[in-house]
Design a protein around this ligand. Structure first.
Ligand SMILES: [Zn+2]
Length: 417
């Protein structure tokens, strides 16, 4: 089997990327294709058509994740390859989309070459990777890997403003016709490979074609509910104020300061989202919700940062006389990827003569959850100037094709195992 020197059809791959970029356009050349929106339904329908036309059997699980299966010579657990087709509210055209459509290109290339791999190959489109409409992100891959319960996943409420606020992920799946019948996870998977744009500037800056991702930055996140008391902004003396907005503000500053304290070893802390009510000019706020997360390349340091963050949050709450509770926590990125799968990515790059470098991922990916249960590896492709989660996200076929070829050869070699 000539498994190490397959080449994808770049023109066809890029035409497919361009076709995807027409579905759910943003206002500045990017995409606004939120999970389980009408445009998500449209791209799912199109993806299904493309996969079926390539001879795959497409199934949808109860979390709405789509699996396009190309049979192998033997009925063994499949090699999975994929990512996500949903985007942020002002997202780019490439993000995880290159990963899913590269999976499709693998199938098409194998069809062209008349190759049937020993193991089946399944291209997957995970539901709600971005977490822009439903928190947390990567929820469907998390349920698949047994990190979250199915019922909990389906009950995640939207953050849509207006009358749709609070509709659940399960209801939205029903609405767009993607509440599948397939059990989520609970089946054997040989391995999982994911191509994603780097979402950082490193590969672009150093002019290397492919990042061999060996693992992720450890991430610790929390959603904090802050309780204050409404009162008139005029007569209420300073010492009597319990303004949830101020409590949140002090927590945000404390979090950001902590990020700077660890910046020398590449630690980061992010205050990502704040909601306040009643959020009106004449009244002190009695309620706020704040989402914070921190990252560090070393999981032990991430834990140390978390302890310090909690100490500073408590201090900020005392100082502003508000009460608070942490209502949600999340941890990911500690799982290191599988040596055999990583090696197949590295070898494919070497054999194809593609420049490559080992790196850690700093963003969360579906692959993190998959890595908690199955042998997993990731391939990063360059991202112009590192701009991402932005409609200005930019890249080219020339920048992406080496990574697609590396993915193709790594996946096929594993499928021959
Ligand atoms: Zn992504």
């Amino acid at each position: 089997m000539p498994t190490n020197h397959l080449r994808a059809n770049g023109e066809r791959f890029w035409d497919t990327i361009e076709a995807s970029a027409k579905v759910g356009p943003g206002i500045a050349g990017g995409l606004r294709r939120l999970a389980l929106s009408d445009s998500d339904r449209e791209i799912r329908d199109l993806f299904r058509q493309w996969c079926e036309a390539a001879g795959c059997t497409v199934t949808v699980d109860q979390m709405g994740s789509m699996f396009a299966r190309r049979a192998g010579r033997e009925d063994l657990p499949p090699v999975m390859v994929g990512s996500h087709l949903d985007t942020q509210i002002a997202g780019g055209r490439y993000d995880g989309i290159v990963g899913v459509l590269a999976g499709l290109e693998i199938i098409r290339t194998l069809n062209d070459q008349g190759i049937t791999t020993k193991r089946p190959i399944e291209v997957v489109n995970w539901t709600n990777e971005e977490g822009a409409r439903f928190q947390p992100p990567m929820v469907a891959a998390g349920v698949f890997a047994g990190v979250y319960d199915l019922d909990w996943g389906l009950a995640r409420p939207t953050r849509d403003p207006g009358p749709n606020e609070g509709a659940t992920l399960g209801e939205e799946l029903q609405r767009i016709g993607y509440a599948g019948a397939e059990q989520v996870g609970g089946r054997e998977v040989d391995s999982y490979f994911e191509l994603h744009i780097e979402q950082g500037p490193e590969l672009d800056r150093i002019g290397v074609d492919v990042g061999v991702v060996t693992g992720g930055y450890a991430v610790r996140g929390m959603l904090i509910r802050i309780k204050g008391e409404t009162a008139h902004t005029g007569p209420t003396p300073m010492e009597k104020r319990k303004n949830a907005l101020v409590g949140a503000a002090r927590m945000i500053v404390a979090a950001d300061d902590l990020g700077w304290d660890y910046a020398g070893s590449d630690g980061k802390v992010t205050a990502a989202r704040l909601t306040v009510s009643p959020n009106l000019a004449g009244i002190l706020s009695d309620h706020a919700e704040l989402s914070l997360d921190l990252r560090h390349p070393d999981p032990a340091k991430a834990d140390e940062m978390l302890t310090e963050l909690e100490r500073r949050i408590a201090q900020a709450a005392r100082r502003s006389q508000v009460e608070y509770e942490v209502i949600e926590r999340w941890v990911f990125g500690d799982e290191y990827f599988d040596p055999d799968c990583i090696d197949r990515v590295r070898s494919a790059a070497a054999e194809l003569g593609v420049s490559h470098q080992d790196m850690l991922s700093q963003a969360g990916h579906d692959a993190y959850h998959m890595a908690s249960k199955y042998p997993t590896a990731m391939v990063f492709s360059p991202c112009g100037d590192g701009i991402t989660h932005n409609e200005a996200e930019n890249t080219s076929l020339a920048a992406q094709l080496p990574a697609v070829d590396v993915l193709l050869n790594a996946v096929v070699s594993r499928a021959e195992r």
